[in-house]
Design a protein around this ligand. Structure first.
Ligand code: FEO
Ligand code: CA
Ligand code: CA
Length: 742
């Protein structure tokens, strides 16, 4: 029997939104333990703190698969020469707008059940907190589609009509999540609400089916592949920090595992077919007592990670009086010394977050894994290099906070195609042993050459070993405190590094730098972060730093993933079309102007999708997604950017007209557009609408709304876009070229 064959008890859960009886029912259904783990790992673990889940290995299938999303199949690698879909105009509607000839279907919104038999979301009858272990979480974010080999129930990157859609739920919109009479403002939170909030974080895995004729995508709600991983799910540590003293907690005195992943923002996928989720702003979830006195250096490190003495936790998850779950489930959100040793309290809770987590969506028996070799910071995204036989794999990562860094991890192991479908075993091979680097960008004013270095975060480097602000105990400590090690090396402080993308045609790496109100003030401009200007529309003359963000790109020396040197330029500068010329350095027009680039992904043809999370241009337009056909690093000119009272020299990419860069969609008012993935046939593209305003998606056309939620609360949702004629997304130019030939 394959894992996706429904079992009799799968359809029997009923949702009764009054309290938690539903959750208890779930445990009284005489379900085997493995079934339970398979179907609701988060919930199961939440209730069985002391459980030892002895994972049983799925057979490792090492069949060769040429269709990995990182390795475009030859027949699918042809990019259109220009963009010909009709540009979507800027607007501030409470609607999701796509080009003429396209349609957008709401697939999966906050609270939607993952299985048959659970009630639909209802504004006036909010489902119990525990039931969210089997429902959509909130604030949909990074997302990847994995085609499925139907016979084997494993990964096949060439399959489009059946697959697993895996997506993050970054955080919560508290006001939209609970019954109106709630404990959001109370000093002590209601336990059911905290369970709901915990379960609304993490990751969803959805088994989706696409009709090959109509291209309509649906969720197969009777599939056992559907599951949630939440901020309560048991997750193992792996790699150099596993078992280290810095990971000891009362839950795992040996430092071998933790509970939960949260603030899952950007994402990535591996060439062997697993999902990578990221842990971004974990700091705000943790409280520290006002008397939590620490050694000076430990305090420095905690402060560098924004976990300050005396801070309260954003959602006060540390406060409920436990009756449903053990009290430790709440105590762990307070990262203070409360006992004699670290093995008896949660002083190291903070160290259990801020990692890259690997999830094999096809393996619902083994636990997800935190890959400690990739460092600990506010992980925004994790994008694999091209997978080339005989070369190491590189993973590019942003640390999204003002003035933070861009990182790269390079595997010791060289890529072997036989590892496709190798699951966590392949993850152990590539993600546990390697080198972590941080980027330093240089620009020689005289020669006008842009170059860069990858600086290794290694305890043997005297700048790290002898760092005055923090004495690292060992290499594991360097990984736990990557930011401090990067400080010691003098890495370049960037304008909030967000998503990374790798061009499948030449391996170049793109990183969004979303904005930085402090550029030009706390952070002087430099060639890689050159702009410090004001919004000339607003009538304000106060300088506001880098208001609209930019996208930097780099090419590794000799196109080697393991290179320690690179060249770079700035691919695009976000700007309003009518901004000053030395602000709108990319010559954006009304067809393609944007602000605050964030999500970003190259599809395997080489079309770059750029998404925005903006607060600066929203008086004129909602957040959006654009398509681009980029050239290459160094294809532009040296520019003089507006920098306070002067200018800053910077290498700017080629100007793209609207045949190479144009707006593909706008989201409903109030939202961020984030997360993008496609089926391998390019006929369905998925994006997420995060924290919409107004009443969206209840005002979305009913015929295109698969979410049956009741009410008018705005809800984050996954949207799937197809062409009405069923053809490939953004491939109009190829069709015109083909019809001209015939
Ligand atoms: Fe979660 Fe940096 O956006
Ligand atoms: Ca403006
Ligand atoms: Ca983001």
């Amino acid at each position: 029997m394959t894992d996706f064959t429904p079992q009799p008890e799968d359809n029997v859960y009923d949702s009764n939104s009054s309290g938690n009886s539903e959750f208890k029912d779930l445990f009284n259904k005489n379900i085997t333990r493995r079934d339970l783990i398979s179907k609701s790992a988060g919930a199961a673990v939440a209730l069985t703190l002391a459980a030892t889940l002895t994972g049983c290995n799925d057979e490792n299938n090492s069949s060769v698969n040429e269709g990995s999303p990182s390795v475009p199949a030859p027949e699918h690698s042809k990019a259109p020469s220009s963009l010909q879909f009709k540009t979507v105009d800027k607007n501030t509607l409470n609607a999701f707008t796509v080009p003429e000839g396209y349609q957008a279907r709401v697939l999966y919104a906050l609270g939607d059940p993952l299985t048959e038999g659970l009630a639909e979301w209802d504004d006036n009858n909010i489902p119990s907190g525990s039931s969210f272990a089997l429902r959509s979480g909130d604030n949909h974010d990074g997302m990847s589609f994995f085609g499925m080999n139907k016979a084997k129930g494993n990964y096949d990157g060439s399959v489009s009509d059946e697959g697993l859609l895996v997506l993050n739920h970054e955080y919560i919109n508290q006001a939209e999540l609970h019954p109106s009479n709630n404990s959001i403002k109370a000093a002590i939170r209601a336990e059911d609400e905290v369970i709901r909030e915990v379960n609304c974080h993490g990751v969803s895995i959805l088994h989706v089916l696409k009709d090959p004729i109509t291209q309509e995508v649906k969720i197969n709600k009777s599939s056992l592949f559907n599951r949630r991983i939440t901020a309560a799910s048991k997750i193992e540590f792996s790699g150099p920090v596993k078992g280290h003293a810095l990971l000891q907690t009362k839950l795992s005195p040996e430092g071998l595992f933790t509970l939960g992943t949260h603030n899952n923002c950007g994402n990535g996928y591996t060439p062997w077919g697993t999902y990578l989720t990221t842990e971004e702003n974990f700091d705000g979830y943790l409280a520290r007592n006002s008397n939590d006195d620490r050694d000076l250096q430990v305090e420095y490190a905690l402060t560098r990670y924004k976990i300050k003495k005396g801070q309260s936790a954003q959602y006060k998850w540390n406060t409920p009086q436990a009756s449903l779950l053990p009290q430790e489930m709440y105590q762990r959100w307070n990262s203070s010394i409360t006992a004699a040793t670290a093995a008896e309290d949660f002083r190291h809770s903070a160290n259990s977050f801020g990692w890259i987590v690997e999830i094999d969506p096809f393996d619902n028996r083994q636990l997800p894994v935190k890959r400690t070799a990739l460092g600990r910071f506010a992980h925004e995204d994790c994008r694999a290099s091209r997978a080339m036989a005989g070369q190491a794999l590189a993973f590019y990562m942003g640390d999204d906070s003002t003035g933070e860094y861009i990182y790269k991890y390079v595997s010791d192991a060289k890529w072997e195609v036989k590892d496709i479908n190798g699951g966590y075993t392949a993850g152990d091979k590539y993600l546990n042993s390697g080198t972590l680097y941080v980027a330093k960008f240089d620009f020689d004013e005289r020669s006008q050459q842009a170059s860069g270095e990858w600086l290794e975060l290694n305890i043997r480097d005297p700048r790290i070993a002898g760092y005055a602000a923090y004495q690292f105990a060992d290499q594991a400590d360097v990984l736990v405190h990557s930011r401090l090690a990067a400080d010691a090396l003098g890495a370049t402080k960037m304008d909030r590094p967000e998503w990374c993308a790798v061009n499948p045609n030449n391996g170049e790496v793109y990183v969004t730098l979303t904005n930085n109100s402090n550029r030009g003030k706390a952070y002087p401009t430099d060639a890689a972060n050159p702009r410090h200007y004001f919004d000339n529309d607003s009538g304000s003359t106060s300088l506001k730093g880098n208001i609209n963000g930019h996208i930097i790109r780099l090419r590794e020396q000799n196109e080697q993933t393991s290179a320690t040197e690179f060249v770079w330029d700035i691919f695009l500068f976000g700007a309003e079309a009518d901004a000053l010329k030395n602000v709108n350095l990319s010559g954006l027009s009304d067809a393609n102007d944007f602000s605050s680039p964030d999500g970003m992904w190259f599809d395997p043809r080489g079309v770059l999708w750029i998404q925005t999370d903006d607060g600066a241009y929203t008086d004129e337009t909602n957040c959006m997604m654009l398509a681009a056909l980029p050239g290459q690093t160094g294809d532009g000119q040296i520019a003089a950017a507006f920098s306070g009272s002067g200018t800053q020299t910077t290498p700017s990419g080629a100007i793209l007209d609207d045949s190479k860069l144009r707006r593909f969609l706008t989201g409903p008012s109030g939202c961020e557009i984030t997360g993008v993935t496609m089926t391998p046939d390019y006929k369905a593209i998925f994006v997420n609408v995060q924290h919409p305003g107004g009443i969206w998606p209840s005002n979305h056309p009913a015929a295109l709304n698969s979410s049956k939620g009741i009410g008018t609360r705005p809800r984050s949702a996954t949207v799937v876009i197809t062409r009405i004629n069923g053809k490939e997304i953004a491939a109009e130019a190829l069709e015109q070229a083909n019809s001209a030939k015939t």
